[in-house]
Write a protein that binds this ligand. Structure first.
Ligand code: G3P
Ligand code: CA
Length: 236
């Protein structure tokens, strides 16, 4: 007799800040590495800097990775481009990432800084209209739900994911309001019941940041739809 219990589909493997286990996070090298490793999607973080560009960077301040200090949002483009990151890399702007990826892999853009929704949507709409990207190759996420509201107001069709630090069930209401695709909790905040409830409400679950293959197997058994990983190749 065959076993009729359906096997959970394998979660999407999302390269976290590119493939930050191998290359300096959020750099072109890290993004290139994630593509080499065959990820299903790449995640990056963004801030708007003083001169209006969208910088691909995770921290509010640059010290942890750069040869100088200060708030990323207070940099102008030329001074930001002078910064040298660990490994000799420079901070890319969003267009450099889009040019490198060239619609080969979907991109999750996490809006870290305030005031990012407008300029990111502007850039995304240009790359979908003029540079061969399909609209569904972008997913926009943020812990800042007001920034997601601003993005939704600009693009009623965009794929949106709601990032949440604590209990993912607390994000159900805002996910419904935003017509989100997914709720993205820390992996320690989920269990099979919560995943089932979120699915029942019509949302996917993408969890971060999963670097241990044993954790990946547990999350897969719970039915999560995607995991962000610094070592995406090790999750296969
Ligand atoms: O988007 C998932 C994950 O990247 C959120 O946390 O701090 O790595 O941006 P963080
Ligand atoms: Ca992130």
């Amino acid at each position: 007799m065959s076993n009729c219990t359906p096997k959970p589909e394998s979660p999407l493997i999302i390269g976290h800040r590119g493939a930050m286990g191998y290359e300096t996070e959020n750099t072109l090298a890290s993004i290139e590495k994630a593509m080499e490793l065959g990820v299903d999607m790449i995640e990056i973080d963004v801030f708007r800097i003083q001169t209006g560009e969208i910088a691909v960077f995770h921290d509010e301040r640059v010290e942890r990775l750069a040869n100088s200090g200060g708030r990323i949002e207070e940099y102008n483009f030329f001074d930001m481009k002078k910064l040298i990151l660990d490994g000799g890399h420079r901070i890319p702007i969003l267009q450099e990432v889009l040019k490198l990826v060239d619609h080969r892999v979907p991109l999750n853009i996490e809006l870290k800084g305030t005031g990012t929704a407008g300029p990111v949507q502007h850039i995304v709409s240009y790359y979908t209209a003029q540079r061969g990207w399909a609209p569904d190759q972008f997913i926009i996420s943020s812990f800042n739900w007001d920034e997601l509201r601003a993005y939704r107001a600009l693009d009623p069709e965009a794929r949106i994911a709601v990032l949440v630090e604590g209990d993912p069930l607390e994000a159900l209401e805002v996910a419904a309001e935003l017509k989100a695709e997914a709720i993205n909790p820390h992996y320690t905040q989920v269990n099979a019941e919560k995943v089932a409830r979120i699915h029942q409400e019509g949302f996917k679950v993408y969890t971060w940041t999963v670097n241990d293959p044993a954790d990946f197997q547990n999350l897969k058994a719970m039915g999560v739809d995607g995991v962000f990983s610094n070592f995406p190749d090790q999750m296969r």
